[in-house]
Design a protein around this ligand. Structure first.
Ligand code: SF4
Ligand code: SF4
Length: 190
């Protein structure tokens, strides 16, 4: 994408939705939702059985703990944050984004749906093996907290090391995802 490109609000939402589709977020959401974790619960734009009726930039940019963790593991989280930082007017379940505005960053769309699918498969397994109610939703909140701390500028480097270690331990329970991730990184030579 060239520098200083004027884009429309609609095209940015479409770009975000496409990127979410390419990472397989729908697989992850389906497991979260059947376990009572939908982030759309109670929103007036949600049509039962149909989905969101009025998509906005704020909700498209927002990532829950699972999606933050997923992008973090793939090395794509900072790019996501930087891209959405340039989009003005994001609100809670709504936006005040102008119809057009200028951006300088692009959002890559690597097709990694298989990784999203394996992450969801691990989540499904975890709901069966960890019978504590709300286990995966607590895990989602844990990832959310840890990764927010990691991404906080100026966060204590020593504490950052501890948080990375905790994320590494928890990431170990996502066995199918980790296997796919190793193969993906091997393919990319990273
Ligand atoms: S909280 Fe995350 S995984 Fe759950 S429905 Fe929302 S975006 Fe999907
Ligand atoms: S506006 Fe946001 S929270 Fe509401 S249904 Fe749409 S995506 Fe979900």
């Amino acid at each position: 994408m060239p520098e200083n490109l004027r884009v429309s609000r609609e095209s940015i939402i479409a770009m975000g939705m496409e990127a979410l589709h390419e990472i397989g977020s729908d697989y992850i959401c389906s497991i979260c939702i059947i376990n009572g974790g939908s982030c759309c619960q109670g929103c007036k734009q949600l049509a039962p059985g149909v989905g969101c009726q009025l998509r906005n930039t704020g909700c498209t940019a927002w990532l829950c703990g699972f999606l933050k963790f997923f992008l973090y593991e793939l090395g794509l989280l900072q790019e996501w944050i930087d891209f959405w930082d340039e989009v003005p007017g994001q609100g809670y379940r709504e936006d005040y984004t102008p119809e057009t505005f200028v951006v300088t960053k692009e959002l890559r769309h690597p097709d990694i749906r298989k990784l999203g699918e394996s992450f969801a498969a691990d989540l499904r397994e975890l709901t069966k093996s960890h019978l504590i109610p709300g286990f995966i939703l607590n895990l989602r909140e844990k990832f959310d907290r840890y990764i927010d701390l990691l991404m906080e500028p100026g966060y204590d480097p020593q504490k950052r090391g501890g948080i990375k270690q905790r994320i590494k331990i928890w990431s170990g329970i996502f066995q199918q995802f980790q296997q796919e991730l190793r193969e993906y990184k091997h393919m990319l030579n990273v």
